[in-house]
Ligand binder design. Structure first.
Ligand SMILES: NC(=O)NCCC(=O)O
Ligand SMILES: [Zn+2]
Ligand SMILES: [Zn+2]
Length: 483
């Protein structure tokens, strides 16, 4: 059966034009005027855009003595409700655990997914087994490896481990990702704050100032450059980190930065709230910053020095957050946003003139599809692409409220924000998961998206690094290898 989306305006990362979209067997099979099909989706007054891709989620993540509360079923339904049609989650091996065993665990969890998904593999420890298994991981369609420079004593890796892993990424044509915060300094500052009686959620923010993020971002960039690998910096939250990324880009380094919708819109005043629960629900790493940092992130999106907007969706209930009463270091780190990323970014970005509609598509979908090497299967409105599409009604409004959300948790950090611009229809490989604003997602519909290594940027960078690698100077009469 062929579906046709009619009467709408297609908005891509670089074009805006009127055309119909014909869909067959989950793929876009024609784009043009006056197309007909067996089922018509009316997009009059709406924009037809590639579905959102959220490159940073933690669904059912084991973390800080508990598990994040949205699993692949509730999390991907929340994603679809907000116009996101693909999520990329992090497979997390325990220290000493085989990467391939961790992958099996994530394969099992993701069987419930309602939209397509992929994985990044986290490097949480290092030895020869990890080195070897990274190749097998890339053969399974995972070309991105995540490194936590924070969370000392659990997920954190040191510089020498990072350098080894980044070099391996370069060999395999894979891309390293970093959570860039100086974990040693955070641990020391946390202990000092606690000893001085700073036990509340606000101390979480005091323990992780912008300097720890800026320092770690710059360090990771330099290590990646020496290893010959590109670098993707997750949850870039401040000017210090953005500055390091911007400078690196201007110097020709292949680096991408990813602000979160939370950091763009919510600020540090949340941690001063008199209600402990309110403040603790907003504890995440890096913490929310001030308006100056927010302006920097918005400017990065408009100028292209920052590339993708994600959520880092890692949702803990109020009850889970209360593990940290009396000790802020025990508050599970993480916030939600999967359902709200697109409507909030549209409302605070496109409706205000901070970004264009085309930039909106670029930073929510197309750019990351290119970074992850799954473009144009994903992130595109092109013939042959997956029919992961959003029919976006720019006039539709709602007030964000936990009471009406799909996510499994009992609050929403965007509570009370009025959004204008919402998905009217959301298609995941041609299946209509949101119909006139009503969610009818199907658990288990989601499929794993395999992503090959050696994307164009990886290939270009290796070529350049090879060309500019140190070589012996040939001198007449002097043998290269001694006598
Ligand atoms: N961001 C956060 O606070 N929690 C999720 C884990 C991570 O990405 O650091
Ligand atoms: Zn992180
Ligand atoms: Zn994360």
């Amino acid at each position: 059966m062929r579906k046709v989306i009619k009467n709408g305006t297609i908005v891509t990362a670089d074009l805006t034009y009127k055309a119909d979209v014909l869909i067959e067997e989950g793929k876009i099979c024609a784009i043009g005027p006056d197309l007909s099909g067996d089922e018509v989706i009316d997009a009059a007054g709406c924009y037809i855009m590639p579905g959102g891709i959220d490159p940073h989620t933690h669904l059912e993540m084991p973390f800080m003595g508990t598990y994040s509360s949205d699993d692949f079923a509730s999390g991907t339904k929340a994603a679809l409700a907000g116009g996101t049609t693909m999520v990329v989650d992090f497979a997390l091996p325990n220290p000493g655990q085989s990467l391939l065993d961790a992958l099996k665990v994530w394969d099992n969890k993701s069987a419930q997914a309602a939209c397509d998904y992929s994985f990044h593999m986290a490097i949480t420890w290092w030895d020869e087994q990890v080195f070897d298994e990274m190749k097998a991981v890339t053969e399974r369609g995972i070309n991105t490896f995540k490194h936590f420079m924070a969370y000392k004593g659990s997920l954190m890796v040191n510089d020498d481990e990072m350098f080894s892993s980044f070099k391996r990424c370069a060999e395999l044509g894979a891309t390293p990702l970093v959570h860039a915060e100086n974990g040693d300094l955070v641990a020391e500052m946390s202990a000092k704050l606690l000893a001085e009686g700073n036990t509340g959620p606000e101390a979480h923010a005091y323990s992780r100032p912008a300097q720890v993020e800026g320092e770690a971002t710059n360090r990771a960039i330099m290590i990646a450059d020496m290893a010959g690998a590109p670098l993707y910096v997750v949850h870039t939250s401040c000017e210090e980190s953005h500055e390091a990324i911007r400078r690196a880009k201007m110097n020709g380094k292949r680096v991408w930065g990813e602000p979160l919708i939370q950091h763009l819109v919510l600020d540090e005043s949340e941690y001063a709230h008199p209600d402990w629960d309110h403040a603790a629900r907003r504890v995440m790493s890096p913490p929310f910053r001030d308006k100056k940092h927010q302006d920097s992130l918005w400017a990065g999106l408009a100028s292209g020095t920052l590339s993708c907007v994600a959520t880092d969706h890692c949702a803990f209930t109020t009850e889970q957050k209360r593990y940290g009463i009396g000790d802020f270091t025990k508050i599970p780190n993480g916030t939600g946003g999967l359902e709200d990323r697109l409507p909030v970014l549209w409302s605070k970005g496109v409706n205000t003139g901070r970004i264009t509609m085309n930039e909106f598509v670029a930073v929510t979908s197309t750019n990351i599809a290119k970074v992850l090497n799954c473009y144009p299967q994903k992130g595109a409105v092109l013939v042959g692409a997956d029919a992961d599409l959003v029919v976006w009604d720019p006039e539709a409004t709602k007030t964000i409220a936990a009471d009406t959300q799909v996510s499994a948790i009992d609050y929403n950090v965007f509570e009370g924000i009025e959004v204008k611009g919402l998905p009217k229809y959301v298609l995941t490989r041609g299946f209509v998961a949101v119909d006139q604003g009503r969610l009818q997602a199907q658990e288990g519909h989601g499929q794993f998206v395999a992503r090959d290594p050696n994307g164009t940027v990886n290939t270009a960078l290796s070529k350049w690094k090879d060309l500019t690698a140190p070589r012996p100077v040939v001198r007449s009469g002097i043998p290269a290898s001694g006598v």
